[in-house]
Design a protein around this ligand. Sequence first.
Ligand SMILES: Nc1nc2c(ncn2[C@@H]2O[C@H](COP(=O)(O)OP(=O)(O)OP(=O)(O)O)[C@@H](O)[C@H]2O)c(=O)[nH]1
Ligand SMILES: Nc1nc2c(ncn2[C@@H]2O[C@H](COP(=O)(O)OP(=O)(O)OP(=O)(O)O)[C@@H](O)[C@H]2O)c(=O)[nH]1
Ligand SMILES: [Mg+2]
Ligand SMILES: [Mg+2]
Ligand SMILES: [Zn+2]
Ligand SMILES: [Zn+2]
Lengths: 211, 211
Amino acid sequence: RKVLEKNDEIARLNRALIEGHGLFSINIVSSPGAGKTSILERTIERLRGSVRIAVIEGDVQTDFDAQRVARYGVPAIQIVTHGGCHLEAKLVQDALARLDLKELDLLVIENVGNLVCPANYDLGEALKVVVLSTTEGDDKPLKYPVMFRNASVLIINKTDLLPYVSCDLETVRRNALQINPQLRIFETSCTTQTGIPEWCRWLEERSRRPS
Amino acid sequence: RKVLEKNDEIARLNRALIEGHGLFSINIVSSPGAGKTSILERTIERLRGSVRIAVIEGDVQTDFDAQRVARYGVPAIQIVTHGGCHLEAKLVQDALARLDLKELDLLVIENVGNLVCPANYDLGEALKVVVLSTTEGDDKPLKYPVMFRNASVLIINKTDLLPYVSCDLETVRRNALQINPQLRIFETSCTTQTGIPEWCRWLEERSRRPS
Ligand SMILES: Nc1nc2c(ncn2[C@@H]2O[C@H](COP(=O)(O)OP(=O)(O)OP(=O)(O)O)[C@@H](O)[C@H]2O)c(=O)[nH]1
Ligand SMILES: Nc1nc2c(ncn2[C@@H]2O[C@H](COP(=O)(O)OP(=O)(O)OP(=O)(O)O)[C@@H](O)[C@H]2O)c(=O)[nH]1
Ligand SMILES: [Mg+2]
Ligand SMILES: [Mg+2]
Ligand SMILES: [Zn+2]
Ligand SMILES: [Zn+2]
């Protein structure tokens, strides 16, 4: 398909630019409202003293998420797709031109809330992080498999809600590892901060610039 | 766009077939895991004695949802899109051919979990019902507006979780009505059954076949 070929070409340019500056980069994906921005807020709070972070936000409409992130003092660029259900490499390329990559250690791209289409569009990131909230149900890795197969990390978020939903953590893990045995799994809550330190340590280790 | 024109042509045929048999039909849409199938289960439990219901399920992979619904003794056809992020009229046309419409009062189509793309594809249904769970956040009507604009009904589900999430029902209603002032709004919980009777009554009133 011509569209994906063109997208992948630009993604390769993005990756060369990002990695050329020694940056680590992640593309965070999930259903709408799984907690991508909340996890970002917790992460920036904890890492902003040791890691220089910039965020590229992707949304169908509004700049609410960039506003939330900008409150923490990090550069945040909002891409509004005006109906597009996923980010594409060209949109990220334009956003990268507005950042000073020499001054950064970590680039986070938060994608449009959609558990299907973003799985197929490389943006030039080092890896994809898929967020699944406990409230969505434990069958999602089997029902929406491509996203879990193409991700390197799974964050199971909203573990504070486990007592009130019919989601079994072991089932989520088993289903996710059945689709992708290489997945590195974190369990977090943005309300209680459970699991956030482990996730931040993993991210910080990879964000170290070569000294 | 040629794709949408062709889709709308088939949707018109579907609608003529469905309405020609005196059936009411709804297309239920939401993010993954908002509770579409759970609401269907509660609805069928309550209406199966008075309304003859059939369900067409759409998913990227698996037939789990059709299996859940079939347990209640209603005809359930599973469409697997193998990666497609939304149902299209052609897939529904094929499914309709497998149902005996003369024996039905209500047709429910459960779409693929996606708050973006299904908003643009007419399947031939009478109207769209969008489900939003309290756990997704109260900003979603503004962030994913097209789905709320193209729907006639909004069901705010999982109200039993309100004490544990930062979602304000008044804000959800205000944001949704800002996008679409005509929306008919229900508030439900599939755990406590709150709001399910009101929703079922609304559905039953419209499902009455002309005697
Ligand atoms: N109880 C609980 N609520 C959470 C948690 N994380 C996020 N939330 C809530 O979930 C809702 C959605 O969170 P967001 O961070 O906006 O989710 P998102 O994935 O960025 O949403 P989009 O960008 O719109 O797709 C908000 O009401 C948050 O307060 C958590 O760990 N526990
Ligand atoms: N606490 C609570 N949990 C609910 C409610 N409704 C559904 N759930 C849970 O939410 C999860 C997802 O429900 P489903 O009915 O599978 O959602 P869905 O929208 O059909 O999901 P997909 O078809 O995969 O997009 C399951 O774990 C349900 O048990 C509710 O009102 N309250
Ligand atoms: Mg967000
Ligand atoms: Mg379902
Ligand atoms: Zn898409
Ligand atoms: Zn799509």
